[in-house]
Design a protein around this ligand. Structure first.
Ligand SMILES: Cc1ncc(COP(=O)(O)O)c(C=O)c1O
Length: 367
C-alpha cells in the first residue's frame, strides 16, 4: 500500500507549482439533464446517415495507426467548408489541441499571448500550461470590443499571439471588420481568428486569408453537431501550418474520428440544416427572453445567448432552480467582473427552449 504522505510529498516536489494550484477545465456532471451548458447541437443525426457512418466504420483498421496521408481529408474539408485552395490545414483533437499547438510552437516561457476578456477560457489556460504570459484586455461595459485599449495593449506588450474569438464566447458578440483589421495591422505576431461559431452567423474571414500574412483561422465541428468526435482545423498559409505541424503529436486524429467525419461530410447538408434551425431557435429564444422583466439579453451571433439579471434577481439562484427542474445552463456570475449575475444559455430544440423560458419566467416571478 502506498503511503499517502509519501505520495503527496513526491508530487509536491515534482509537479509544477502553478499546475498544483490550478483546477482542471470545469465540466459539469450532466447525465439526465436538458443540457444547455456547453453549446452542443441538440440534434441527433438521422438513421440513414448513422447507417452510412457504421458501414464505413466496419472498414476501419483498428489494429493499425492512422494513415499519415491526410490528402483526402484535406480535400474534403476544403471543399465542404469553402477553404481557399492556396491555404493548408492542420487538424486537431478538437480545436483545444490546436490552441495548445499554436502557443507551444510560438511562445518561449514569458512570451505574451493577448485576448479580449471575457473570452474562451482555454486561451488563458493553454497559455499558462505553456509558460506564456496572458494579457486580458477587458471588453467595454456593454461587452463590445474595446479597440483603442486593444491597440494600446498590443503596442505595450508585443504579443506573439492574439486570439480573437468571433463570435466571442461567452458574450456572443461579433467584432467589427475595421476594428479587427486595425488589430491585424499592428499585431507584431500571429492573429488567430477563432470561428468556432461561424455556422450561426455565416460571417467568416476565410476568404480574406490569402491577403493577410499574419492570420490563421481556427474552426471546430463541435458546435455543428459533432462535439463527440473531437475534431478541429486550422487554416492558413502553408508556411505557417508547416511550422505548427512540427510539434503535432503523431496520429492525433484517430481512425474513428477520420472515418466518421468523412462519412458525415458525404451528407453535409444535414449539419447545415441543423445549424440553420439552431440559428432560428436562437432568434426566437432571444425574442422571448427580451419579454421577461429584469433580464438584459445580449445580441448573440452564436448558438447561445448571454443574459444578465437585474440586481433584484440572483443568477446563481436561477441557475440552481433551473437545475432542480432538470435544466443545466452555465452560471458565469463568478467568472469575470463584467459577467456578474450572468447566465449563458445554449440553444436547444424548440421544445427545450420553450421549457427553459417557461421555467425561468416561473423562477423570476417568484422573487
Ligand atoms: C471560441 C471557442 N473556441 C474553441 C472551442 C473548443 O472547441 P473544441 O470542442 O473543438 O475543442 C470553444 C468551445 O467552447 C470555443 O468556445
Amino acid at each position: 500500500m502506498i503511503e499517502d504522505k509519501k505520495l503527496l510529498d513526491i508530487i509536491k516536489v515534482t509537479v509544477r507549482e502553478d499546475i498544483q494550484s490550478m483546477t482542471a477545465y470545469p465540466v459539469s456532471k450532466s447525465a439526465n439533464y436538458i443540457k444547455l451548458d456547453a453549446m452542443e447541437s441538440p440534434y441527433d443525426l438521422p438513421e440513414d446517415i448513422l447507417e452510412h457512418i457504421i458501414t464505413n466504420l466496419r472498414k476501419v483498421k483498428l489494429n493499425r495507426y492512422p494513415n499519415t496521408d491526410k490528402s483526402q481529408l484535406i480535400r474534403t474539408i476544403k471543399n465542404k467548408f469553402n477553404i481557399p485552395d492556396e491555404s493548408d490545414l492542420l487538424f486537431g483533437n478538437g480545436s483545444d489541441e490546436l490552441i495548445h499547438l499554436i502557443i507551444q510552437s510560438c511562445c518561449k516561457p514569458g512570451d505574451t499571448v493577448l485576448s479580449p476578456s471575457p473570452s474562451f477560457v482555454f486561451f488563458e489556460m493553454a497559455s499558462q500550461f505553456n509558460h506564456a504570459k496572458f494579457i486580458k484586455v477587458n471588453l467595454t461595459d456593454d461587452l463590445q470590443l474595446d479597440t483603442s485599449n486593444m491597440l494600446k495593449s498590443i503596442k505595450q506588450h508585443s504579443p506573439k499571439i492574439i486570439f480573437l474569438a468571433m463570435p466571442n464566447n461567452p458574450t456572443g458578440g461579433l467584432w467589427n471588420d475595421n476594428d479587427v483589421l486595425s488589430i491585424i495591422n499592428i499585431a507584431p505576431g500571429l492573429v488567430i481568428i477563432d470561428e468556432a461559431y461561424y455556422a450561426f452567423n455565416k460571417k467568416s474571414w476565410m476568404n480574406r486569408l490569402h491577403e493577410l500574412s499574419n492570420v490563421l483561422i481556427l474552426r471546430t465541428v463541435s458546435k455543428i453537431g459533432l462535439a463527440g468526435i473531437r475534431f478541429g482545423y486550422l487554416a492558413g498559409h502553408p508556411k505557417w501550418i508547416n511550422q505548427i505541424n512540427k510539434i503535432r503529436p503523431p496520429y492525433n486524429i484517430n481512425v474513428l474520428t477520420e472515418s466518421v467525419i468523412l462519412s458525415i461530410l458525404d451528407n453535409k447538408h444535414i449539419l447545415d440544416e441543423h445549424s440553420n434551425q439552431i440559428l432560428l431557435n436562437r432568434i426566437k429564444l432571444s425574442e422571448s427572453l427580451k419579454k421577461l422583466n429584469n433580464v438584459k439579453v445580449y445580441d448573440s451571433y452564436g448558438n447561445f445567448v448571454l443574459v444578465k439579471f437585474d440586481k433584484s434577481i440572483s443568477a446563481t439562484n436561477v441557475f440552481n432552480e433551473l437545475k432542480l427542474s432538470n435544466i443545466l445552463v452555465k452560471d458565469l456570475s463568478d467568472s469575470h467582473a463584467l459577467l456578474s449575475n450572468c447566465l449563458r444559455l445554449s440553444i436547444g430544440t424548440n421544445s427545450e427552449n420553450d421549457l427553459l423560458i417557461k421555467t425561468i419566467s416561473k423562477i423570476i416571478s417568484k422573487k
